[in-house]
Write a protein that binds this ligand. Structure first.
Ligand code: ZN
Length: 318
């Protein structure tokens, strides 16, 4: 063990103090500040899935819709309360032949706590030019703004941006926007910016379609008119990227019937969440969600007493 680095280090320290030289004072290092960039990798069959953290947003207590007593009990059981700090995760899938980014975060359009996808990509060693396809779960700002630079250009110059046709038909419709109340018109901005930036590089698909070998759309309608989840499969390994099928983990896992105010159709959102959670358990899939704590990937299991419990993915080395 002569070359054991700890022993060598200790020896150097003792030698330094013996000749009156002060050892380095490690505790005096300046604080780094700014928060850490989030990059997390997992192997899924022969694919690699990298979670890139765009940042976080705080959701107010009023976001939750449903039985107030049930909500309160779930919050107490989880020892948490509003505001709910939720991550904004994006997922980069390397299928071996394509680099596919699922959702793009909120850029700085949602304030200073999100919009770090470009830095996270750089930290992961990926240039925006390398991304082949970008799949959007739905056209809300915290998922789509990140596809467009502040100047209105595509952030991923070589990528096709793919969005379910039903979502583009709704958020891209001048007639729907004109009919919306004034305080809702801002919600059409992300779609308008992306459509203008991408032109014919924005391509639609039907819910349920296979978009590339190993990744297919899974209908998740309810949160928005064309909300699409994505099932990533390699061999027997499956990861269901849920988009905004859930927002507030401590409440919506144990009580999946609780919805959020942003759900376009509360009844459909509730029913689809229950179906997708049940499917993930039955088929032993990983789930990944934009607003789960980073890295946003884990497994669900049926909880004693109803609902689901969530086990985050353990860190991997491969
Ligand atoms: Zn969202």
């Amino acid at each position: 063990m002569k070359n054991d680095p700890r022993r060598r280090f200790l020896g150097q320290m003792l030698a330094a103090s013996a000749v009156g030289v002060a050892p380095p004072l490690f505790a005096a290092a300046p604080l780094a500040g700014g928060g850490a960039l989030g990059v997390h990798r997992m192997k899924l069959g022969s694919f690699e899935v990298t979670t890139l953290l765009d940042g976080f947003i705080d959701l107010p207590g009023a976001v939750l819709q449903g039985d107030a007593d049930a909500i309160q009990r779930a919050l107490e059981a989880a020892k948490t309360k509003a505001p709910f700090r939720t991550a904004v995760n994006t997922f980069l899938v390397n299928t071996g032949s394509k680099l596919v980014l699922v959702d793009t975060g909120g850029a700085k359009m949602l304030g200073p706590t999100a919009g770090r996808l470009p830095q996270a990509l750089a930290a992961a060693g990926v240039a925006p030019e390398q991304v082949d396809e970008v799949y959007i779960t739905h056209m809300h700002g915290d998922h789509l703004h990140g596809a467009v630079t502040p100047e209105g250009a595509k952030l991923f110059p070589n990528a096709v941006l793919r969005v379910a046709k039903l979502d583009v038909d709704y958020w891209g419709s001048a007639a729907v926007e004109a009919a919306a109340p004034d305080n809702q018109k801002g919600r059409f901005v992300p779609a308008k910016r992306a459509i203008a930036a991408c032109g014919d590089r924005l391509q639609t698909f039907e819910l349920g379609a296979e978009l590339t070998p190993g990744i297919r759309s899974v209908a998740g309608v309810g949160h928005t008119p064309g909300h699409s989840c994505y099932l990533v499969s390699s061999g027997d390994a499956k990861l269901l990227l849920l988009g905004d099928t859930m927002h507030v983990a401590p409440v919506q896992f144990p009580r999946p019937e609780i919805t959020v105010m942003f759900d376009f159709r509360q009844d459909l959102a509730r029913a689809r969440r229950e179906e997708l959670f049940a499917m993930a358990v039955k088929e032993d899939m990983f789930i990944g969600a934009v607003h789960l704590p980073f890295p946003g990937i884990g497994k669900l299991r049926v909880r004693d007493g109803g609902g689901y419990a969530y086990d985050p993915l353990p860190w991997q080395l491969y």
